[in-house]
Design a protein around this ligand. Structure first.
Ligand SMILES: [Zn+2]
Length: 233
């Protein structure tokens, strides 16, 4: 029987008020697990497996996103969230695809969203996998995002509040963890004061993470070039 990895689940809480001192956003621990695999596999000479783990951390091919709504405004807001992340994180691409095409990320909307009595702006379930495939290794990410469209009082959410919620859940797809402060995309959503610009600390956390994964890929490419040269000599 084939075991399926569990889907991880994260919630973006809405309705927070006040302003605590912002805490530094962190990277999800599972990303460091994939980085460690990448670095250890490379040390052991398993370059194919190392590359798959590093590419999973980087999301090194265009990530196909299906925005599951007939509402052009909601589709536009989800796309804004994708383009904001692309603009701030180098070498990252989200492609919009329609329902008939295979996709990695599915985004849907509903008027309200809550869990255990807390109002949520959105939530995401995801799964990152590296698996053997035909003598090589392949990686995949699968994410299901749900976003709320109405405030708890029934009024429509501000455009930027929906953009922050979409960026927040995509931030988990990129590898960022929740943040307890109120100055970050990965913070709880302030309904009247949404944040759609990633903070310096969020971008630094992502750049550090992605820099280590890129380093693994650079070392693999140098090793491959060296082996090719040695075979030719
Ligand atoms: Zn979250």
């Amino acid at each position: 029987m084939r075991l399926r990895l569990p889907l991880f689940l994260a919630f973006c809480v809405v309705f927070a008020t006040g302003a605590d001192a912002p805490s530094r956003p962190l990277v999800l621990p599972e990303l460091f697990v994939h980085l460690k695999h990448a670095e250890d596999d490379l040390e052991r000479g398993q370059a194919g497996k190392a590359r798959a783990h590093a590419e999973l951390v980087l999301l090194a091919r265009p990530i196909r996103v299906h925005v599951d709504t007939g509402d052009p405004r909601l589709r536009e807001l989800a796309e804004q969230a994708m383009r904001h992340w692309e603009a701030h994180v180098g070498a990252l691409r989200f492609d919009l695809v329609d329902a008939r095409e295979a996709h990695d990320v599915h985004i849907r909307f509903q008027p309200g969203l809550s869990r255990n009595g807390s109002n949520l702006a959105g939530h995401v379930k995801w799964r990152r996998v590296v698996r053997p495939a035909g003598g090589l290794f392949e990686w995949s990410i699968e994410a299901h995002i749900t976003l709320r469209t109405r405030r708890p009082d029934g009024r429509p959410m501000l455009d930027d509040a929906i953009v922050q919620a979409a960026m927040h859940e995509l931030g988990h797809v990129l590898g960022l963890a929740d943040c307890e402060g109120y100055e970050h995309v990965m913070s709880p959503l302030l309904l009247d004061r949404p944040c759609t610009t990633p903070s310096h600390s969020e971008l630094t956390a992502l750049r550090d993470l992605r820099g280590r994964a890129k380093d693994v890929i650079t070392r693999i490419e140098l090793l491959t070039a060296y082996n090719r040269q040695s075979a030719a000599d």
